[in-house]
Design a protein around this ligand. Structure first.
Ligand code: 1HE
Length: 262
C-alpha cells in the first residue's frame, strides 16, 4: 500500500502508475507564487512520494503562473531578500537536479517567477495560448528565482537582457522557436501531450534519467576535457548496471526493456 500523498498548500497532487501530477492550484490569483506555495514545492521535491518515476507539472485555470506574488511584497532588508531568493534557488535546484524527470504543461501566462518555475522542467510542452514575459523592470525589482541562469541558458544572456529591458512578451510560436518550449500543441492539448511524454521518460532506466538530469547541465559549464571526463564517469556508472544489461538484451531480443526493482 503506497504512502498517502502529502497535503500541501496550493498544490493538488495525484499519483497514478508512477506519474505524479502536480497542479499549481491557486487559479484565483493566476497561480502567483507566494511563500506557502514555494514552501510546498520545496517540501514536495525534497521528499517526493514513494513510487514517483516522473512528474507532470501544470497550472490550474487560465494561466500556468503569474510569477512572484506581488501582494506579498513588503519592505525587506537586503539579507532577507537574499535568503528569500536563495530559498527559491534551493527549491528549483532540487527540482532540476533531484533526479525526477519533470514535464511541464504550459498555457496562458508564464511570467517572471512562473517562467523560472517552468524552466526547472526538463521537458516543456506549451499550447498556443502560452506567452512568456519577464516584467521585473516594470515592477522595480530583479529576477530572483534563477532566470539569469535557466532562461539565459536557453535563449542567451543577450536575449534575456532585451526581454527584461523592454518587457516584451514572446508568444507561444516565438517561445517554441527560441527553445522555451520543446513541443507546441493546440490550445488545451498540453496536458495530454505532457502525460504522453512523461510516460515515455518514465520507461527509461532510472539511472540513465538520473545522469541525463544531473550530468548534461553541469557538463555544459565545464571546460571540454573535464566535460568529457565527467561523461565517461556517467557512462561507467550507467553502463555497468543491471538495467544496462536488460536494456541492451531487450533490443537484441526485439522486445521492450523492463526496468524492475528501481
Ligand atoms: C496576482 C498576480 C501576482 C495576478 N501577484 N496577485 N508578475 C507579474 O507582473 C504578472 C502580474 N499579473 C498579470 O500580468 C495578469 O494578472 C495576468 C496576465 C497573469 C492575468 O491577467 P487576468 O486579467 O487574467 O487576471 P487579473 O485580473 O490581472 O488578476 C486576477 C487576480 O490575480 C487579481 O486579484 P483580485 O484579488 O483582484 O482578484 C490579481 O491581483 C491577482 N494576481 N497576478 C499577486 N503576480 C523570484 S523573483 C520573480 C519576480 C517576478 O515574478 S516579477 C513578475 C510578477
Amino acid at each position: 500500500m503506497p504512502d498517502a500523498l502529502p497535503t500541501l498548500p496550493h498544490l493538488a497532487l495525484e499519483l497514478d502508475d508512477g506519474l505524479l501530477h502536480v497542479t499549481i492550484d491557486r487559479a484565483d490569483k493566476r497561480n502567483a507564487i507566494n511563500d506557502p506555495l514555494i514552501e510546498s514545492l520545496h517540501a514536495l521535491f525534497h521528499t517526493p512520494p514513494e513510487g514517483t518515476q516522473a512528474v507532470v507539472l501544470s497550472g490550474r485555470g487560465e494561466h500556468f503562473s503569474a510569477g512572484l506574488d506581488l501582494a506579498e511584497h513588503r519592505e525587506r532588508e537586503p539579507l532577507e531578500v537574499m535568503r528569500h531568493s536563495q530559498y527559491w534557488h534551493a527549491t528549483f535546484q532540487q527540482m532540476e537536479f533531484g533526479g525526477l524527470p519533470i514535464v511541464a504543461a504550459l498555457h496562458g501566462a508564464v511570467i517572471g517567477g512562473g517562467l523560472e518555475l517552468a524552466m526547472t522542467a526538463h521537458v516543456r510542452v506549451a499550447d498556443d495560448s502560452t506567452f512568456y514575459q519577464l516584467p521585473e523592470g516594470r515592477r522595480g525589482i530583479f529576477v530572483g528565482g534563477g532566470a539569469s541562469v535557466r532562461v539565459a541558458r536557453v535563449i542567451g544572456a543577450d536575449r534575456t537582457r532585451e526581454m527584461m529591458l523592454t518587457g516584451r512578451r514572446y508568444d507561444a510560436a516565438e517561445g517554441q522557436r527560441l527553445g522555451l518550449s520543446h513541443h507546441l500543441v493546440a490550445p488545451g492539448a498540453a496536458l495530454e501531450k505532457a502525460f504522453e511524454l512523461a510516460r515515455t521518460v518514465a520507461a527509461n532506466a532510472p539511472a540513465s534519467n538520473y545522469m541525463m538530469l544531473n550530468a548534461l547541465a553541469r557538463i555544459e559549464n565545464m571546460p571540454m576535457a573535464e566535460g568529457l571526463f565527467t561523461e565517461s564517469l556517467a557512462a561507467a556508472l550507467t553502463q555497468t548496471s543491471e538495467h544496462a544489461r536488460e536494456g541492451m538484451r531487450a533490443f537484441l531480443d526485439k522486445r521492450e526493456a523492463k526496468f524492475d526493482g528501481d
